[in-house]
Each structure stands twice: as structure tokens, then as C-alpha cells.
Design a protein around this ligand. Structure first.
Ligand SMILES: NC(=O)c1ccc[n+]([C@@H]2O[C@H](COP(=O)([O-])OP(=O)(O)OC[C@H]3O[C@@H](n4cnc5c(N)ncnc54)[C@H](OP(=O)(O)O)[C@@H]3O)[C@@H](O)[C@H]2O)c1
Length: 220
């Protein structure tokens, strides 16, 4: 049910409370559950590149992207790379090169940044791709990822990156878990940034119900 389309695509994965919160206590973990985690793992298994904003890496204490042996073998049998490549979007490059997502990565990660950024020591632990001058040009950046052979791109957020991807017209699919929680006011939504000139319409591909969680897959 989560097989990507045959053509290159960019899929976004999020979890939200019933009342629209994208975090609980500043993190997404409290919104998740076993079925959401299962989909999270399946989506990772099916992607070539795993895109994430620097804010999520900083806030969530992101770990290196590792898959169990069965999933790695499954990928290799399909002609995919053993692991997806982690791609972190950052304009400021304010990331610690010693943090596990970078330092323990099984394949060299990529930092997607802008021409004027100074990645410094990050360049020792990751490849640096530059797109755009003052801001990261996500259309050009995704184009560069495609040139490197990353056909299926999965974004694990966060809201600022999702807002930018939506504004750039790059979102082909949204996998959204709606958890049966009322988080109350305070937390931000799953998207952030400037308003869109017009909403983007998506079509429901499937809706799964598991342990009170709704697992939704929407596509363009
Ligand atoms: N509910 C969920 O499923 C879910 C998923 C992921 C994250 N989250 C939550 O989201 C929160 C983080 O929010 P966030 O909005 O800060 O996350 P984010 O989108 O991951 O990170 C924002 C940062 O990413 C970089 N960035 C994103 N878009 C960019 C663009 N177009 N151009 C240049 N740089 C760009 C910038 O980094 P620099 O500042 O380095 O320039 C920016 O400050 C965390 O609390 C996390 O728990 C929730």
C-alpha cells in the first residue's frame, strides 16, 4: 500500500493530533504510536533519500538512519542502495558535526544549503550541495538530488521544510497519521512559513484505521 509510483516522487510523512498539533512538548514522539511507527519504518525502507530540516535534526536529537537486516536485504534485492541517504536542509549550517545523525551515518549524508553558507567542519562529515544564493532553492536542490540518482525522496519534515516544499510545488504525496489525542492550544501545525497564494489539492489514496489512529495517504 505504500509502494511509490514508478516515476520520481517526493513524499512527506507527518503525525498530527486530532486538533492539529504537530508536536507534544516540543517533540513528535508523543503523537506517535506502534502503527504510525510501522508506517514510518516502511516509508524509510522505500526511499532513496531521506530529507529533513535542520530544525528537526536539532530538536529531535536525530539518530543515524539505520534499517534492520531484513529491510536492507529487501532493498538490495530490489536494486536499491542498502541505506537511504540522509539529506539535511539548512540555510545557516548551524549543526554539530559530532551529532549522531551525521557522525554515525552508514552512508555519507548530504547538507543542502545556499551559495553563501559556510558549512565549515560539516564538510568533513557530509557532502555539501548548494542551490540558491540567499535562500535554499528547493526546486534546484531537488533537481540536484535527482541527478545523483535519488528518485524516491521522503521528507520527515518538519513544518518549515514542509511549508517550503509546498510553496515550491514539490509535494507529490502526504502520508499523515492522525492520532486520537487532543493536544490543546500552543503547539504549531505540521506546516509553517509564508501563506500560499492558493491551496494545493490532493486526492485520498487510502485511509487505514489501526488502534484508533488514522493512517492517511494523499497524492497529487
Ligand atoms: N509531527 C511530525 O510529524 C513532525 C515531524 C518533523 C518535525 N516535527 C517537529 O517540528 C519541530 C521543528 O520545526 P521546524 O519548522 O524548525 O523544523 P524543520 O523544517 O525541520 O527545520 C527548520 C530549519 O530547516 C532549515 N530549512 C527548512 N526549510 C528551509 C528552506 N526552504 N531553506 C533553507 N533552510 C530551510 C532551516 O535551517 P537553519 O536554521 O539551519 O538554516 C530552518 O531553520 C520539532 O519540534 C519537531 O519535533 C514534527
Amino acid at each position: 500500500m505504500y509502494a511509490p509510483p514508478p516515476e520520481p516522487s517526493l513524499r512527506v510523512n507527518f503525525v498530527s493530533s486530532l486538533d492539529g498539533a504537530g508536536t507534544l512538548g516540543g517533540k513528535s514522539a508523543g503523537l506517535s504510536g506502534p502503527e504510525d511507527k510501522r508506517v514510518f519504518g516502511i516509508l524509510r525502507m522505500r526511499c532513496d533519500a531521506l530529507l529533513v530540516g535542520a530544525g528537526t535534526v536539532r530538536e529531535e536529537g536525530y539518530h543515524a538512519v539505520r534499517l534492520d537486516q531484513q529491510r536492507r536485504q529487501w532493498r538490495l534485492a530490489l536494486g536499491m542502495s542498502e541505506f537511504p541517504t540522509l539529506v539535511i536542509v539548512s540555510g545557516r549550517c548551524d549543526l554539530d558535526p559530532a551529532q549522531p545523525a551525521l557522525a554515525d551515518a552508514p552512508v555519507r549524508p548530504i547538507i543542502l544549503t545556499r551559495a553563501q553558507a559556510e558549512p565549515g567542519a560539516l564538510g568533513e562529515v557530509a557532502d555539501v550541495i548548494r542551490a540558491g544564493d540567499e535562500h535554499v532553492d528547493l526546486v534546484a536542490a531537488v533537481g540536484q538530488l535527482r541527478e545523483r540518482g535519488f528518485a524516491q525522496i521522503l521528507s520527515e519534515g518538519g513544518p518549515t521544510l514542509f511549508g517550503s516544499l509546498t510553496a515550491a510545488g514539490l509535494v507529490d504525496e502526504l502520508c499523515l497519521t492522525v492520532s486520537p489525542l487532543l493536544a490543546g492550544p500552543g503547539a504549531g501545525r505540521i506546516t509553517a512559513g509564508p501563506e500560499l497564494p492558493a491551496p494545493a489539492n490532493l486526492t485520498l489514496r487510502h485511509a487505514l484505521l489501526a488502534d484508533g489512529q488514522l493512517l492517511l495517504r494523499y497524492g497529487r
